[in-house]
Structures are given as structure tokens and as C-alpha cells.
Design a protein around this ligand. Structure first.
Ligand code: 13P
Length: 304
């Protein structure tokens, strides 16, 4: 059976994308997996630390158990999203304990997020986690640059960030970072932002981010590894498809499917919530990323 690193490499080489859907509420798991399977696509399902701390995915184990109930290895695998070294509230996290637990529970790839640290401290933490992940046979994703949005408090004006390129992943730093850490996939900041997660703002419509695809090209050329786009919800379609053609092999999607679920849950209808997640996930796969049928491309590549 192909592992997640091999699968992401196939997507990267063939220029299609592997979406990674976040699971902040456990009942979303089945809805997402059903949608991926019904499009005969391939996706990751993932949970970030903030989703068991601030939403209702409960724990690493609860998400793993839910995944085990519905898993379908031709179409989905389980990934650990953001384990921050310094979190969105500026608190240090015992990240190695979380990483060790995820590996023991059977997570199939993982992410360490040292992006709020200095370059050198990010390199040190990422290198340490990559070694542990690689010993367990897992791919390790890392982040460099500021993908804003999870922090509480107002964002700086978006157009200003975009025009100035402030916080974008720097090309010279990316080369050094990838070489020194040995990370398998790099999450980059190129105009993308995360949907808000703090109480009071998490229900708001996300602004339509743009992407600096020229900058992405430079990052792709210098790093030569699959790149990851966080904050996938709400980015305009033409940017997304251009990004996939220029090095993005994994896109994280949280807010769009979470808000679809929450809108129905506010009316107290769990079944309608699941249905909304299912419909939205199929729409993203089919109409936004145009990746229906990729499960067969991956299976065929695995047989060569
Ligand atoms: P959105 O919630 O903006 O889709 O971002 C999700 C994400 O990047 C999780 O890591």
C-alpha cells in the first residue's frame, strides 16, 4: 500500500491536489469520507490541536477512533495538522508529547508548526520532529512564514499585507529551512490566511484571499518539495488552480465545511449538519479543485 508521502508526491508530479479537510466536530468525519469516496477522489482528514482545545473534536484519540470507524484507505488517510510550538495565544506547547501520542495512535503523517518562532528556533524544533516522524516512517510537514488568521484580535488590513508581502515565506529562508530540517512538505505564506477561530468571529464569512503565484513559483524552484497551502477556504478559484500548477500539492480546508456544519447545528439538526458537510465537500472536490477520480490515478501509479 502506498504511504501518504508517496501519494502526495504523485499528486505533486502529476499536478493535482490532495485536499486535507479539518475535523473540528467528530460527526464531520463520516460526511467528509463519504463525500471523498463518492467523488472517487483522494483526501486527508486532519485535526489540529486548536480543534480539540477550542472546538469539539475532543482529543487525538477520539479523532483516531472516529477515523477507524469509517476509514477507506483507497480514498482517505489521517493527518495531524498544526501542532504549534508557540500557539495562537502565544503560549508554549509541549509539542513533542503530542507528536509522540499521534505516532503511537497511528496517525499517518503530521505537522509541526514553528512559524511563530525565529528562523533558527523554527529550524531546531522542526528538525527534531522530522527525525522522530521519519523514524516512525511518517512524512513531516512544517511551516515557514506567517499564515495569519488564527490569532485573536483584528488582522492587519488584508490589501496592505498582500501588497507589501509582509510575512510571506522568504525564498532565501525557505531554501535553508528545507535543507536543514529535512521536512517533506512545506506550508508557505503567499497571501493565504486562515479563517478566524476565536469566539465571536469564527462564524464570520472569510475574506476572499489572493495568492502571489509568482512568489510561489520562486519557492517551488528553490525548495523542490511539495508545498502546502493553508487557509484554503474562500480563495478565488483561478488562484487555486494556478497554485496547483506551480507546486501546491496539499490544500487545507477548514472554515468552509465547519461553517456549513455549524449553521445547521445552530438549528439543532445534526443530520442536516452532516448533509451540509457532505454536499460542501463534494462541491469543493468536483467544482473547485477538479479532482474527482484521483483515487484511480493514485492506485494506478502505485501499481507501476
Ligand atoms: P481555513 O479554515 O481557512 O480553510 O484553513 C484551514 C487550515 O489551513 C487548517 O490548517
Amino acid at each position: 500500500m502506498l504511504n501518504t508521502k508517496q501519494i502526495v508526491n504523485i499528486a505533486w508530479n502529476k499536478k493535482f491536489v490532495i485536499p486535507a479537510f479539518n475535523i473540528p466536530y467528530l460527526p464531520m468525519m463520516k460526511a467528509v469520507i463519504d463525500a471523498v469516496r463518492d467523488e472517487n477522489s483522494f483526501a486527508l482528514v486532519q485535526v489540529a490541536r486548536l480543534e480539540w482545545e477550542k472546538f469539539e473534536s475532543k482529543s487525538l484519540k477520539a479523532v483516531r477512533d472516529e477515523y477507524e470507524c469509517w476509514k477507506d484507505e483507497k480514498h482517505v488517510r489521517l493527518h495531524l495538522d498544526h501542532v504549534p510550538v508557540l500557539d495562537e495565544d502565544k503560549l508554549f506547547v509541549d509539542y513533542m508529547t503530542i507528536i509522540d501520542e499521534a505516532i503511537a495512535l497511528g496517525y499517518e503523517s503530521l505537522m509541526i508548526d514553528g512559524s511563530r518562532l525565529s528562523l533558527q528556533d523554527n529550524i531546531e524544533a522542526t528538525k527534531e520532529v522530522c527525525m522522530v516522524a521519519h523514524q516512525a516512517g511518517l512524512a513531516c510537514e512544517a511551516e515557514l512564514g506567517a499564515v495569519l488568521g488564527h490569532e485573536s484580535g483584528p488582522l492587519p488590513p488584508y490589501d496592505e499585507i498582500f501588497e507589501s508581502g509582509e510575512g510571506f515565506t522568504r525564498v532565501d529562508e525557505a531554501a535553508k529551512f528545507v535543507e536543514e530540517t529535512g521536512c517533506d512538505w512545506l506550508s508557505v505564506a503567499i497571501g493565504n490566511i486562515h479563517g478566524a477561530i476565536s469566539e465571536g468571529t469564527r462564524g464570520q464569512k472569510k475574506l476572499a484571499a489572493r495568492l502571489d503565484v509568482q512568489h510561489l513559483k520562486a519557492l517551488k524552484d528553490i525548495t523542490n518539495i511539495p508545498l502546502v497551502l493553508h487557509g484554503g477556504s474562500g480563495i478565488r478559484n483561478e488562484y487555486i488552480l494556478d497554485a496547483i500548477n506551480n507546486g501546491i500539492a496539499k490544500i487545507n480546508v477548514g472554515t468552509e465545511i465547519r461553517q456549513a456544519y455549524e449553521r445547521e447545528m445552530e438549528k439543532g439538526d445534526k443530520e442536516a449538519g452532516r448533509k451540509a458537510v457532505y454536499t460542501k465537500t463534494r462541491e469543493i472536490i468536483k467544482e473547485q479543485y477538479m479532482i474527482s477520480g484521483t483515487a484511480d490515478i493514485i492506485s494506478a501509479a502505485g501499481k507501476i
